[in-house]
Design a protein around this ligand. Structure first.
Ligand code: CA
Length: 438
């Protein structure tokens, strides 16, 4: 997990924080009151819930104010003052994280380049080594959770290269930096308080709690909230250690995927061949149809075999548009998305798992001649769509779901293959059309 992801369920609104504070004050009030059925007048609550320590300033007033407020919230949630003060001693915003948090990459990496490195020959070779080395542990975890060992090793490889890249940042410094300001504050605040809870309950040494800049940690890069929901003691030594214990990390990943609805015995999907004249607007990870429907439309396996009959629902996914490979996706693909909500990530996990099981590489060629759009071009893309009356959502330069839907509408209106895939040629066509608008 190299970035904050969407599965972070809990977030603290200021109202909830206020409620937590009020709860703490009430508890003090109750403790100070004699147990009478009808107390005459409640005593005035003038005792602070815990003395606020005098902290040396971090050099950033907003950051200091965040920590002061967070301390009150944390104590209201049952975190001890000792835990909080130990976790946050000497914290200051990390400049590199502030910068990473604010920046959007100039170019988004094309999916084929991403897959070249994510599913490299070296990573496949290492995956096979890991399958052999941890065979017993993996067999036990697969039997317990129903998630194939290849998928687990694949997630492990994608997240940290099988434990090599655990992340080296103090988790509280990383999360406080993201939480005090910036676009990920809501995500990071929930994670910050979850990390405090883990620190208090699991009794890790602070020096052990190393994380990525986004606050994900351990060999399978759990965020603190996912740790609290899914982490398990896979090796049975009585503690959960996602940093050092391969069994703990893999069992925890398996539990996450199982509880997110992994269908035991069902594949993630496979590469398919689309017939001429295929309705590309239906090729979308969100558009589920029965297998029999795709079969009736002439979709075949990449080798030419017919799709299985049946009512299982599946989607068609074109990671690089109509000129690239096509994949049929079963619901398990969406379960991988719960680990990291990026379709290219889920595809890499799926393809790496296939390769370590001996499958052939993707057959259809990638449109490698397409050049990536720059940030300015991505913004222009959205502005041009809006000018032409297609709603791309907020112009954010990200070309997300809403922009793709608007692009499909534009493509349909111009009798193009409506694949929703942004290319430089399409941008030229859009600009020409938009220039003719009054
Ligand atoms: Ca353990």
């Amino acid at each position: 997990m190299t970035r904050p992801r969407s599965r972070t369920g809990r977030s603290l609104t200021s109202l909830q924080r206020l409620a937590a504070l009020c709860g703490a004050l009430l508890a003090v009030a109750c403790a100070a009151t004699a147990p009478k059925p009808t107390p005459p007048v409640p005593p005035a609550v003038s005792i602070p819930i815990a003395p606020l320590p005098v902290r040396p300033t971090s050099g950033d007033a907003k950051f200091d104010a965040f920590l002061q407020a967070a301390r009150i919230t944390a104590l209201g949630q049952g975190i001890t003052a000792a835990t909080f003060d130990s976790a946050t001693a000497g914290l200051a915003p990390i400049p590199s994280i502030v910068a990473a948090n604010a920046n959007q990459p100039e170019f988004s990496k094309p999916v084929w380049s991403y897959l070249d490195s994510a599913v490299s020959a070296r990573r496949i070779k290492d995956a096979k080594l890991m399958l052999a080395r941890h065979g017993d542990v993996l067999a036990r975890i697969e039997a317990a959770y129903g998630v194939p060992k290849e998928i687990l090793v694949s997630v492990w490889g994608m997240e940290t290269d099988y434990g090599a890249g655990n992340g080296g940042t103090n988790i509280f410094a990383a999360l406080a930096t993201l939480a005090y300001d910036g676009p990920r504050a809501e995500y990071a605040r929930a994670e910050f308080f979850a990390a405090l809870k883990i620190y208090q309950e699991q009794r890790y040494a602070l020096s052990e709690m190393r994380a990525s800049w986004a606050g994900a940690f351990g060999q399978t890069q759990f965020t603190p909230t996912t740790f609290l929901k899914y982490a398990v003691d896979g090796d049975g030594d009585g503690k959960i250690d996602l940093w050092q214990s391969v069994a703990d990390a893999l069992a925890s990943a398996a539990r996450l995927l199982a509880e997110q609805g992994w269908n035991k015995g069902q594949a993630w999907g496979f590469e398919v061949r689309l017939p001429a004249g295929f309705a590309y607007e239906d090729a979308d990870t969100d558009t589920q149809k029965p297998l029999s429907d795709w079969r009736a439309r002439g979709v075949k396996r990449i080798g030419g075999a017919a799709l299985p009959a049946g009512a299982d629902s599946a989607a068609i996914y074109l990671p690089a548009g109509a000129n690239g490979p096509a994949f049929l996706l079963f619901p398990n693909f969406n379960v991988i998305l719960k680990y990291n909500n990026a379709a290219s990530y889920a595809l890499a996990v799926a393809l790496l798992a296939d390769r370590m099981a001996g499958a052939d590489p993707v057959v259809h060629t990638w449109p490698r001649a397409e050049r990536p759009l720059s940030r300015n071009e991505r913004f222009s893309f959205q502005q041009d769509l809006a000018r032409l009356g297609f709603d791309p959502g907020l112009p954010d330069g990200l070309l997300g779901r809403k922009t793709r839907a608007a692009l499909r509408q534009y493509q349909k209106s111009r009798s193009m293959a409506a694949d929703g895939f942004a290319t430089a040629a399409l941008l030229m066509a859009l600009e020409k059309d938009a220039a003719q608008q009054p």
